[in-house]
Ligand binder design. Structure first.
Ligand code: 5RP
Length: 292
């Protein structure tokens, strides 16, 4: 085991030297197989290099949370506005039409709910992902809990083995233990552990100092939106993350709990792909909302 008595926090992140994208437009992916690159290019827009992923996997943890009571009514009508959809096999199969042409990022782990201790996750069978023609598989990697860290890292590593076999990118969904501060230091650690274990995409949370999280993670980083915020604040979150080098969002509640989810998708896409400021995004939101 490596010495643990002289761990020095990283300080030199090369922030003014962007990672190379020579050979392929997404950082860290150039040495991957054709199939994996092809799947990544279904998820990430070639022009902006970014993605607006729509996350609706919350039910396996939370049950029918607000905005996801009826995925067939709440989510199916807005998938056309997403670059990629992220959900569980049960909700995608039952509630998203089979002719949906959007790439799917399948939540490939499952586990305990918010009613008990979380993070006791296991992987589902890889055949499910292949049968569902997915473009990526997602699993949580949680750092900082004695009980669960090793389990989620083992799950994650096995999922990357499977993904490598079939050319399917794996997205690491970062989590940090209850005792950890939700700051750049711990999200950088969780993100880096995902990348070290072979993630092709890392999903994490925006925090102060986020440019360091992005810089030390050698593959595309997308942010979760977190709890519902007023639209302008959610768009500020997206904008700040993109300014720090994020490759987009994998957003749920700030879209499906918005009073106008399709308009919010358009506004988020404006910020993520077209360089809109948060205020310009909000103006677009209001315009789209009033058109509906
Ligand atoms: C939780 C997840 C969710 O998909 C994630 O939190 C994104 O949703 P939100 O934008 O609502 O935070 O992976 O494990």
């Amino acid at each position: 085991m490596a010495d643990t008595d002289d761990i020095r926090e990283g300080a030199s992140f090369g922030l003014d030297t962007p990672a190379s994208t020579e050979g392929f437009y997404l950082k860290g992916i150039n040495n991957s197989d054709w199939g994996l690159k092809n799947r990544m290019s279904r998820i990430f827009n070639k022009k902006s290099g970014n993605s607006v992923m729509l996350a609706f996997d919350h039910g396996f943890l939370m049950g029918p949370t607000s905005g996801l009571e009826r995925v067939d009514l709440n989510i199916a009508p807005i998938v056309e506005h997403a670059d990629c959809i992220m959900g569980t096999r049960g909700m995608i199969r039952s509630s998203i039409p089979t002719d949906c042409s959007k790439p799917v990022c399948l939540r490939t782990d499952t586990g305990t709910t918010i009613l008990t201790e979380m993070n006791h996750n296991v992987l589902i069978a890889e055949e499910e992902a292949i049968r569902m023609n997915v473009s990526a598989m997602a699993a949580m990697l949680s750092v900082g809990e004695d009980e669960t860290e090793h389990k989620t890292i083992a799950n994650f590593s096995r999922l990357v083995d499977i993904g490598s076999k079939y050319g399917i990118p794996v997205m690491g969904v970062t989590a940090v233990g209850k005792k950890m501060a939700r700051d750049a230091r711990y999200f950088a650690m969780a993100s880096r552990v995902c990348a070290e274990n072979g993630a092709s995409i890392v999903k994490t949370y925006y925090t102060e100092g986020f440019e360091k999280v992005v810089a030390c993670t050698p593959v595309p980083v997308v942010i979760a939106g977190g709890k519902k915020l007023p639209e302008l604040e959610a768009l500020e979150l997206c904008y700040n993350a993109i300014q720090c080098g994020a490759a987009g969002v994998d957003m749920g509640r700030n879209v499906f709990q918005s009073e106008a989810p399709a308009a919010m998708m358009a506004a988020v896409a404006g910020v993520v792909h077209d360089g809109l400021t948060p205020q310009e995004g909000l103006d677009l939101f209001e315009t789209k909302k009033n058109e509906a």
